[in-house]
Write a protein that binds this ligand. Sequence first.
Ligand SMILES: Cc1cc2nc3c(=O)[nH]c(=O)nc-3n(C[C@H](O)[C@H](O)[C@H](O)COP(=O)(O)O)c2cc1C
Length: 418
Amino acid sequence: MKRRYLSHYLWRRAQSIDELAGMARRRLPAFAWEYVHGGAEDEITLGDNRRAFSAWGFQPRTLVDVEDRNSQTTLLGQPAAMPLAIAPTGYNGMLWKDADIALARAAASRNIPFTLSTVSCNSLEAVAEAVPDARLWFQLYVLDDQAVRDDMLARAQAAGAETLLVTTDTVVLGRREWDARSFVNPRRLGLPYLVDTALHPQWAWRALWPQGLPTLGNLMKYLPKEQQSAASAASFINQRMSRRLTWETLTEIRERWPGKLLIKGITNATDAREAKRIGADGVVVTNHGGRQLDGAPATLDALPEVVDAVGEDLHVLLDSGIRRGSDIAKAVALGAEGVLCGRATLYGLALGGEAGAAHALDLLRDQLHNLMAQLGRPTLDQLTPACLRRTPYVAVGSDAPNRSGSRSPAGESPGDLP
Ligand SMILES: Cc1cc2nc3c(=O)[nH]c(=O)nc-3n(C[C@H](O)[C@H](O)[C@H](O)COP(=O)(O)O)c2cc1C
C-alpha cells in the first residue's frame, strides 16, 4: 500500500525505492524528474525491465537456520558488502550540489563500488580527493578525439579508478521524447519549464545555490574558456561521441587500460563472446535503463544467455530495473555476480543528498537480507535457479510508461546528454 506524504521531509521514513521515487517526483521540477525517470520513445523497454523481474517468483525452503544472513561478496575480485554497485549516471548535479561526491560517499560508507560517469558534474580528480576511501569505477563514453580519450584514461588511472566501464549502447542518443519537450535546443529550458523550475525553490536551493547550473567537470579541460557552460559541455559530448566505435576500438582501449575492463551494453551471447575475445574482464548486461533502444530485451531475460556464453570466464553484472532487494536476488540466482543501480540511488540523492542515497542503499540491503531469510537461503551462494519459479501473474511496480503528456513531433531529439 502506497502512502501519500504531505511533506517533502519524510523521505527517511520511506520503505521502498518506489516510495522514494514518488517523493522525488514532488521535490523536483518536471524537467529534472523526467530526465531521471524517463525512458526512450514508448518506454516499452523501461516497463519490460520491471515486468521481467515480476515474472519470477520464489521457491522458499523452510526450517532452515537463518540467524546469520550474509550478503558479503566479491565484485571483480574485491570485497563488497552486497552484490551491488552504483551505476554511472550523468548530470547528477541537476539533482543535488556536488552530487557525484555525495553518491561516492554513500557508496563508500556502505562498502560498495561507485561508478563515475564521463558526463559527471564533479570531476574524477574532485571525487578522488573528496572521497579517498571510495572504490572508484570510471565509465567512459568513447569520443572521436583519441587524444581526449587517452587523456581521460590517464586521468582515471591517476585518480585511482580500479575498473573502467566502456559504454557501448550510446553511439547515438536514444529518442527521449520527454527531453525534447523540456528543452529548446541547445539544452535551454522552454518557458513553461522555466516557470515550473521557479516553483521549486527547495530544489533550487539544494541543487543550484549559489553556483547555478552545474557544468560537466570531466570535460572542462577540453573546452575553450567561453564554452564551459553546462549547455556547451553537453553539446560537445553529443557532437564528439564516436559513431565509429567498434571492437577494434575496444581492443585499443584494452591495450591502454591496465585495470579491470567491463563492457557496458551487452544483451546477447554473440557480443558477450566478442568481449571475451578482446580481453575484457567482464560485461554489464544492460539496456541503459530503457533510455536507449526502445524494444531492446529486458536485461533479466537476456542474462541467462550471456551467463551461458561467458559466465565461466568473465564477470557478468546486470543493470536496468533494480528497485528491490528481491531484484538483486533474482539476478544473482540467474547467474549475475552482482548488479548496478542507477535511478534507485538517484531518487534518494534528489531528496537527501548523500544521506538520501545511503537510505536507498540501506533499503536495498535490508530487503535483500529479509528476503534471504524468508527464502531459507542465508548466503548468496545458495541463490540459484532452484530458488526461483515462473509466475503467471501480472506485473506491479512503478515503471509503467509514465506520462500522458503529448509526444514530441518527429525529427531529431534536441536532448543531448547521454
Ligand atoms: C539519469 C540517468 C543518467 C545516466 N547516465 C549514464 C551515463 O552517463 N553513462 C552510462 O553509461 N549510463 C548512464 N545511465 C544508465 C545507467 O548507467 C544504468 O545503465 C541505468 O540507470 C540502469 O537502470 P536503472 O536506472 O533502472 O537502475 C544513466 C541513467 C540514468 C537514469
